[in-house]
Design a protein around this ligand. Sequence first.
Ligand SMILES: Cc1cc2nc3c(=O)[nH]c(=O)nc-3n(C[C@H](O)[C@H](O)[C@H](O)COP(=O)(O)OP(=O)(O)OC[C@H]3O[C@@H](n4cnc5c(N)ncnc54)[C@H](O)[C@@H]3O)c2cc1C
Ligand code: SF4
Length: 342
Amino acid sequence: MDFQADILVIGSGVAGALVACRAARKGAKVIVLEAGPEVDRAAAVRRFQDAFPKTPESAYEQAPFAPHPETDKPYAFYAQKGPHPFNSTYLRQVGGTTWHWLGSAIRLVPADFKLRSLFGLGVDWPISYADLESWYCQAEQELEVAGDNDDDLGSPRSAPYPFPPIAQSFLDRAWRDALQPSDYKVRPTPQARLSTSSGGRPSCRGSASCIPICPIQAKYDATIHLARAQSLGARLLAETCANFVECGQDGRVEAVRFMRSDGSTGRVFAPVVVIAANAIETPRLLLASASEAFPAGVANRSDQLGRNLMDHPDSSAGRSRDNRSGLIADPARHRESKTSVT
Ligand SMILES: Cc1cc2nc3c(=O)[nH]c(=O)nc-3n(C[C@H](O)[C@H](O)[C@H](O)COP(=O)(O)OP(=O)(O)OC[C@H]3O[C@@H](n4cnc5c(N)ncnc54)[C@H](O)[C@@H]3O)c2cc1C
Ligand code: SF4
């Protein structure tokens, strides 16, 4: 079962779906390989309603051919070896992790790019905030971000938010009033949630189940761009896991091997391959593609592949460092800390 494309995209999360959509708009023949299954939104909402505990993954089935990590079992999925345990998760299904993201669309601030020179921490980025600024604007347009143009969040903007801010909730207003005598303000976070209806999607109704699922798709998820890409001719192969990247002697990718949920196998040949399989699964695939010519894996001349993972700051990381086993003993406390962070 072999396929040919102009552009092969591995992963149908927000990164893969945006690339697939843009390439399809330009008339390219696009194939998207997605390891996980399609999601039925109504069935996922029902699963969430019935679930206990209501973790970010509780709305979604564990596909045996594409399992995902779970918040309340942080050591069941990952082999944790480093000193700082990784405590976040992701989803492996059509549309990827945006199914259970919160939708907060916050930019970095310019100083984030110079952590080493300004604060003596980590490393400086090889690019600056200015290099990214126009791309932030494009991403905000695509994800239809709602935000307050009058609120300076420390990230200079060259274009307004495409949508006005989400209306304050009853609780937001209660906090705003309670904080009135102080210098603290209740400010809207830029959100990839619709503040007014658009493109057949309704505006946010404030039901607050964004994590793990928006029942009415007022919150952005990557199936939106995936559907657009498909309507422009892109082909989605769901339940199809890329498992080896084949390279020629010149180091260029020649084909990508895959296995489907029914056990059948094949290859996709494409001159351009975009691996957008998530910050953990992308290096996993590249490292697993080691060969005689590339013993350290594909795209790993720097030996940095799979290192320097960054994610949400998580208050439980400090607790776990104090714990001699390096494990978080109390999953309930772990859940609590994740919820407050995301
Ligand atoms: C609970 C939670 C809340 C979050 N909230 C926010 C937020 O408010 N704001 C924010 O900016 N970020 C948030 N994030 C982070 C954000 O959701 C992710 O960074 C983002 O969705 C990652 O997108 P991606 O396209 O890189 O990867 P993913 O969305 O993870 O997509 C990768 C896709 O690739 C597929 N795949 C993987 N391996 C293979 C393979 N070998 N072959 C084929 N397909 C493969 C997977 O099945 C998956 O569908 C949150 C994360 C979590 C867990
Ligand atoms: S409708 Fe509910 S779940 Fe959807 S974005 Fe609004 S608050 Fe979140």
